[in-house]
Write a protein that binds this ligand. Structure first.
Ligand code: TPP
Length: 330
């Protein structure tokens, strides 16, 4: 079945190179993420998942690389395209699927759905439907960590479009002047809805924006989990040593449309194919020397895990309408 709560790969000894076992674990988690999202899309098309849905298919390496560099005591603030980060953080596929289907057994008792899923018990403080909405919250979490004087960090995940929002700039500035243990993880998937990055900003790299706030910024290959792992690990070490926040830009690509209603008239099939040729799962499987049969066996295992998650979710009860006002504060 799904992984146990928050079973992230430990960054023991803080080595920036990963063992073969860790890389195999990352590969498998990427496969679980991909199959989970493919199944969620299918269930959405059948009308079993409600609201809208933003898929991160193609971006799995960023999620697994980043989570693997953090500890169970650290915090995550996620984006609207955050299913991969949620799973990589150690969330159970069955409780996530139940949440997507609006069931009582889901992480938020079916009230959050795909875009507002949280697991506060595991320090996953939740996804956010407001673009850049997680960034100011991360500054608050960072301030809390600093005032409690613990060896924790908070990682906030957001897209390239979010880095054009005022909340991004204010948050980086505040985190920098207060020297807070925040890791700003930008997933540059090249588009904000239909807007390509090169049309929405004059900087070549989003990480350059860090300099404006006197913090360290770096751009890495977001389709390489090891590169993401090393960058996040370094940022974590820097933060716990009291040297403040880091901005990490992960270059990656989403294969699917922005959300379910996207006809993708803004990009060519050739462009999508060129990125698919750099697929993070195929690449890592190749680097690990996995034979086709071994890769297929791993995918089958992931599919079985997701099938069990769907069965659990389908069999779960709907929330009781009598509880409709529970959790409503305003
Ligand atoms: C403050 C705000 N403005 C606009 C939107 C509508 N919206 C939802 S997702 C999105 C694009 C976000 O792009 P990016 O930050 O690059 O993330 P991606 O969707 O590519 O992962 C927009 C404009 C919103 N949800 N919140």
């Amino acid at each position: 079945m799904a992984k146990t709560k928050n079973s992230k790969t430990s960054p023991v000894a803080a080595a920036s190179t990963l063992s073969d076992a860790q890389l195999h674990e990352m590969l498998y988690t990427m496969m679980v993420i991909r199959r989970f999202e493919e199944k969620a899309l299918e269930l959405y098309s059948l009308g079993k998942v409600h609201g809208t849905m933003h898929l991160s298919i193609g971006q799995e390496a960023t999620a697994v690389g980043a989570s693997a560099a953090l500890t169970q005591q650290d915090y995550l603030l996620n984006t609207h395209r955050g299913h991969g980060h949620c799973l990589a953080w150690g969330s159970q596929a069955d409780l996530m699927m139940a949440e997507f289907m609006g069931k009582e057994t889901g992480y938020c008792r079916g009230r959050g759905g795909s875009m507002h899923i949280a697991n506060v018990d595991a320090n996953n403080l939740g996804a956010n439907g407001i673009v850049a909405g997680g960034l100011p919250i991360s500054v608050g979490v960072g301030l809390s960590i600093k005032s409690r004087n613990t060896e924790q960090v908070v990682m906030v995940v957001f897209g390239d479009g979010a880095s054009n929002e005022g909340a991004f700039h204010e948050s980086l500035n505040m985190a920098s002047i207060w020297n807070l243990p925040v890791i700003f993880l930008c997933e540059n998937n090249q588009y904000a809805m239909s807007m390509p990055v090169e049309k929405s900003m004059r900087v070549e790299r989003i990480s350059e924006r860090a300099a404006a706030y006197g913090m360290y910024g770096v751009t890495v290959d977001g389709n390489d989990p090891q590169a993401v792992f090393a960058a996040v690990l370094r940022a974590r070490q820097q933060a716990v040593a009291g040297h403040g926040p880091t901005l990490i830009e992960c270059n990656t690509y989403r294969y699917m449309g922005h959300s379910k209603s996207d006809r993708q008239a803004y990009r060519t099939r050739e462009e999508v194919k060129a990125w698919m040729d750099k697929d993070p799962i195929e690449r890592l499987a190749g680097n690990l020397g996995l034979k086709e049969s071994a890769k297929e066996a791993l995918f089958k295992k992931a599919e079985a895990e997701i099938a069990e998650a769907v069965s659990f979710a389908e069999a779960s009860p709907e929330p009781d309408p009598a509880d409709i006002m529970e959790g409503v504060y305003a």
